[in-house]
Design a protein around this ligand. Structure first.
Ligand SMILES: [Zn+2]
Ligand SMILES: [Zn+2]
Length: 342
């Protein structure tokens, strides 16, 4: 599938990624696995090259990146290995041991890196897919009332779309995202929010399910995989709403839909990155009616039916009980049915 960011063929169908999970990060019998201490500099003899199977243990990839940072004068050679940055593998899923990385499987989030060394990393380290400048804020919308302007990280080199695979009782869901524009989430063995949605859906057996702060579509698509007739996803941030739409397309083989129509262009959406009045970004044709909007959750009721709706309000500030209570209250003023904070 054509990538909305770089235009190349870097998006896979959901089943291709799911089928790759057992083997994609496994070593061949010849792969070397030298475990390096992340709290000290790598050993002076340097890094090892990828195995003839094409994969390389993540620690060796890090030693390679470290050598480039020293060569470019960004590092003095005294920094610990972990100072290289945070690895985000593609596809990301719950793993029990560190990965052996094939080509193009790592998005690096790094604070010391600048454009020139990032370009060298892409050219010289085959495992690297993209390099993003890490900063200490959370990218995307962080405020349910949309008062704070959202920020993004800088993509320094490469194409930074990658997928996470989340498991649910109804099956896996593949979620692509553009990593510089969305908060970091990595699949763990269990996801309490997915558990909460499954529990509420099984209890309420709704005809309508709303994921009102959908991000890239995790909870909405779990609901859709459970077979709910009408699913509505919404996010005010363009890079969330667009990817929720795109992920509906990526996962369509698991849904009772004939077609997924994406009605918006990613580049054009970036010109109005936060929307208040909900705009339809995608809709499906077929037995299941799935829609994605970009807008303020407080306006979404204007597009919902006058019948009971089960709504998940996955608000970013849910550690703040007052913000959660306020969001639930606003929602319940306009929408009948039940609402919960997952
Ligand atoms: Zn791409
Ligand atoms: Zn190998």
């Amino acid at each position: 599938m054509k990538c909305p960011v770089c235009g190349e063929d870097c998006v896979n169908e959901a089943h291709e990624l799911i089928d790759s999970m057992p083997s994609i990060f496994s070593p061949c019998p010849d792969c070397s696995s030298r475990i390096l201490d992340k709290n000290i500099p790598p050993p002076p003899e340097g890094y090892r090259k990828p195995c003839r199977c094409g994969k390389r243990f993540i620690d060796e990839v890090y030693a390679h990146l470290y050598a480039l940072l020293v060569n470019e004068g960004v590092f003095s050679g005294k920094e610990p290995l972990k100072a290289v940055g945070t690895p985000l593998v593609h596809p990301g899923f719950h793993m029990t041991s560190p990965p052996y990385l094939p080509e193009n499987s790592l998005v690096l989030l790094s604070s010391p890196v600048e454009k020139k060394v990032a370009a060298r990393m892409i050219q010289e380290v085959p495992e690297i897919r993209a390099v993003i400048k890490y900063e200490s804020f959370t990218p995307g919308v962080v405020d349910p009332d949309l008062a704070l302007p959202p920020k993004s990280y800088d993509l320094l080199a490469g194409c930074d779309i990658r997928a996470n695979i989340f498991s649910s009782r109804a099956g896996s869901v593949v979620l692509y995202q553009q990593q510089s524009k969305i908060h970091i989430e990595f699949p763990r063995w269990r996801n309490p929010k997915i558990d909460a949605v499954e529990r509420e859906v099984l209890r309420a057996n709704p005809d309508w399910f709303v994921d009102a702060f959908c991000g890239v579509g995790k909870l909405g698509l779990v609901g859709a995989r459970m077979g709910i007739a009408h699913v509505v996803m919404n996010d005010a941030w363009y890079a969330a709403a667009f990817w929720a739409a795109y992920n509906t397309l990526v996962n369509r083989e698991f849904l009772e839909v004939e077609d997924v129509r994406i009605l918006a262009d990613y580049g054009k959406m970036s010109e109005a990155p936060v929307a208040r009045k909900p705009k339809l970004i995608a809709e499906t044709e077929g037995e299941q009616d799935i829609r994605v909007y970009q807008g303020d959750f407080r306006e979404l009721h204007t597009l919902l039916p006058a019948e009971p709706v089960l709504a998940a309000l996955d608000i970013f500030e849910k550690r703040d009980p007052a913000a959660s209570a306020a969001a639930l209250q606003v929602w319940r003023e306009h929408v009948i049915g039940e609402a919960f904070i997952p």
